[in-house]
Unconditional design. Sequence first.
Length: 393
Amino acid sequence: MPGIYLPKIIFEGFDALDSFIEYLRDEDVKKIFIVTDEKLYEIGLHKILTDELKDFNYTIYKDVKPEPTVDSVYKLGEAVREYKPDIIIALGGGSVIDAAKGGWILYEAPDFNIEDISPLIKIGVGRKAKLVSIPTTSGTGSEATLAVVYTRVEDGRKIKIPLGSYELVSTIVVLDPRFVVNLPKDLTLYTALDALSHAVESYVSNTSNPYTDALAEASIVNIFRYLPKLMEDLGNIELRRIIHVSADMAGIAFSNSGLGIAHGIAHIVGGRYNIHHGKSVGIVLPYAVKANYESDEARSKYEHISMRLYREGLSTKDPLYIQIYNFIKELGGSIKYSDYVSEDIFKSDLDDLISLILQDPDLIYNPIPPDYELVKKVLLDSYYGWSSEASLP
């Protein structure tokens, strides 16, 4: 990684939105383009924002779908160009933020090919508008990262396309817990497990550094400490704030260090079988961590985290992969793909899945260079699972 890339401003806390509105006034903003989705619009979540925008000209685009397709991003780009805003606000989860990043690119560079997004290709965003991300889930970290994930349909199947550019880190991030306090229990769990996976994979990435290690470690400990409490008290806005910030910290960490095999597998399997990304990566994570124990450097860092979790009373005195496995299981999370895909279908797809996983760009950051056999081992473990605590390796 060539440097540490962060949003220019992060407004955080119970008055984060108020601080952001003051910023808009100070900057004499003229036109605001809000990107959200139909579901958030229907429940009125956007009103927390728009009630504060009465002095501004704004429009709302609510046609973003989960896992946005490349074609849908081009459609969004046309709408942004027509409105000509000086601020684009992404109000939503990872799909909305990813779509808004694409719309931002196509506003700034109308002829750019979205599938060419790369750290190596200059785009030139920021000349016409700033991108502001207001996340409504606590997990993807999209607001703080260089990454986007789009989908393309080939032969009736959805193919996920993970892309990234350091130009796509949001200009401004607003972390206000009011936007996540009513997140349902299942999404609270699976988005937080996505954040946990970001932190764990970032921590042992082959391009990790002291900055990302500090953020990742803090995120892991916070999630182990506070997520179980939040799952029992979903309306607790202080707990929401902690998990919200922890997810953002994990996003900054992985955006500046990389991920690994767990995300490589989760992208492909989740896309193929329509499994929520947080659920998919939560399934893979303990098995990926176990495989990476073969790396001396990764094992040393895992052992540091596992001992800290034990000493602080947050887990048992076990290897980190068992701590993670038990943590997810005790919270009611999924622990194997076989709960979602029949064995016949999985076996017939196995070689194709492995081939696609090996092409995922996240694999290059894994502490052990993944080959066919390593991917197959982790994938099979993730499918069949560890049948009981007694059989944990």
